[in-house]
Each structure stands twice: as structure tokens, then as C-alpha cells.
Ligand binder design. Structure first.
Ligand SMILES: Cc1ncc(COP(=O)(O)O)c(C=O)c1O
Length: 248
């Protein structure tokens, strides 16, 4: 490789800070914490790789030997690839898929949403992050119960003000409406997850209804004052995985 070609391939100048500049990434990234569960999961992988017999219950990414992909899904993906379906989908997702989601929600949950309100994302993380970015300005208060799955990280990414509500074993690690009531005034977002990662416990219909009533009452007060509303983000990603007496 000639010196000129080598120089053309050397991108270090693009990432190196200008001379004299303090070397740092954004303030948000400087104070970013890594995911605890991914750290533990990495440790487990290393144990497994070293030949230890481990039943890995860390992240929901199990061996296909135990949880094989459904045959219909596998065959459908293979057939679509064989047909050459490798292009970008429309930004909001394939029309047929969005319509299928609409029908699924109507059939399984009795919820009628227009197809225009349904957005397909690659996993639910982009949806959650997008919801945070759409709603939360720096300094906005975000209320969420703890234990929780990653709300602390999403609050950090959006520069929101963290209002974590600790929930103990007596309440099955789920928020009581009474604990949330005093925190909703002035908050921008209430983020709930049920069934809950990491405990698997689920909000009862009555508790969820009482919490929704609090949100409606708060927004009724705000609308008379012309204030921005409080939003509820309801992550029910595990609703089809309820066991025993747990219902969703
Ligand atoms: C409660 C909860 N919501 C959302 C997600 C993200 O799911 P996805 O893998 O589809 O991005 C997870 C993944 O662990 C989760 O536990």
C-alpha cells in the first residue's frame, strides 16, 4: 500500500479531538453506566464457555436447543429471503404487518387502535427509547416503580429527572396507586411494566384502573390550566407469558 493510499485510509484524524481540546465525549455518555444484567450475562457466558453446567436465566435469550424458533416463523423468513425480500421496509413497517398487529390487539385485548397509530420497530427497545425522546425534555420528571427494567437508563439518555418509587415484596414489587398519587403533579411520564421484569408479578386490573384514573385526573387538572399532559408508557411486552395465578 502506498503512503498516499495509507493516508487516505487513516481515519484517526476524524476521531481525534483538535489539538488543545479537552478529550471527551458528550456529558451524557461520560456518565453512562453499563447494563448490570448484561454484565452478569457476560460472566455467565464465560462460565458456560469454560464448561460449567449453568442454567442461564439472566436475559431472555435462550438456547435454540431448548426454545427453537417456531417452524412457521422460520419457514416464512426463509421463504421471504429466497424471494429476495431484503429491502428496507417502509419506515413505519410493512402495511400487512401493521394491520396484523391491529387485528391482534383487537382480538386478544379488545383494544381498537387505528392502523395509523401502529409503528413497527426492530425489537421493543427502539419503541421505548422513541417514546421517551418524543415525550421527555431535559429536566422533565419521569416516575417509575423500582425494580424496573432500564427506566433509569432511558431517563439518563433523555436527561429527565429520575423519580424512582421503591416497591417491596409486600406489594409484589408493584406500585400502589397511593404511592404514585403524590408524585404525578408536574411529572411528564409515568412508565409502567407489567408483567414485570425482573419479578414476573403483574398489576391487577383494579390497580391499573386506579393508576389510570390518577393519570386522567391529573390531566383534567392540567387541561384547565393549558399545561402539557402527563403520559403513561405501558410496557406489557410479556403479557402472553403469564404463569400460575398471574393474569394480565
Ligand atoms: C420489560 C421489557 N421491555 C422491553 C424489553 C426489550 O425487548 P426487545 O428485546 O424486544 O428490545 C425487555 C427485554 O428484556 C424487557 O424485559
Amino acid at each position: 500500500m502506498s503512503d498516499a493510499v495509507r493516508a487516505a485510509h487513516d481515519l484517526s484524524a476524524l476521531v481525534a479531538p483538535p489539538k488543545g481540546a479537552k478529550e471527551r465525549v458528550s456529558r451524557m455518555v461520560e456518565s453512562l453506566r453499563g447494563s448490570e444484567i448484561l454484565r452478569i450475562s457476560g460472566e455467565i457466558r464465560a462460565l458456560v464457555a469454560s464448561g460449567q453446567p449453568v442454567c442461564d436465566l439472566t436475559v431472555g435469550d435462550f438456547s435454540p436447543r431448548h426454545f427453537p424458533i417456531p417452524a412457521a416463523l422460520r419457514d416464512g423468513i426463509q421463504a421471504a429471503l429466497a424471494r429476495g425480500e431484503t429491502n428496507y421496509p417502509p419506515a413505519a413497517g410493512l402495511g400487512e404487518l401493521r394491520e396484523a398487529v391491529r387485528l391482534f390487539y383487537a382480538r386478544e385485548l379488545g383494544l381498537e387502535y387505528p392502523v395509523s397509530s401502529i409503528l413497527i420497530t426492530g425489537g421493543s427497545r427502539p419503541g421505548i427509547y422513541g417514546a421517551y425522546r418524543t415525550l421527555v425534555d431535559p429536566g422533565d420528571r419521569v416516575v417509575y416503580p423500582v425494580p424496573s427494567w432500564n427506566n433509569d437508563h432511558y431517563v439518563h439518555l433523555t436527561g429527565g429527572a429520575d423519580v424512582a418509587v421503591r416497591c417491596g415484596p409486600d406489594e409484589r414489587f408493584l406500585p400502589r396507586p397511593d404511592a404514585l398519587r403524590p408524585l404525578l403533579a408536574g411529572a411528564r411520564l409515568l412508565s409502567l411494566n407489567s408483567p414485570l421484569n425482573p419479578t414476573g408479578t403483574a398489576l391487577s386490573a383494579e390497580a391499573l384502573e386506579a393508576i389510570c384514573d390518577l393519570v386522567l385526573a391529573e390531566n383534567a387538572r392540567r387541561s384547565t390550566r393549558g399545561e402539557r399532559p402527563l403520559y403513561l408508557l405501558y410496557d406489557q411486552v410479556y403479557w402472553m407469558l403469564c404463569f400460575g395465578g398471574t393474569t394480565h
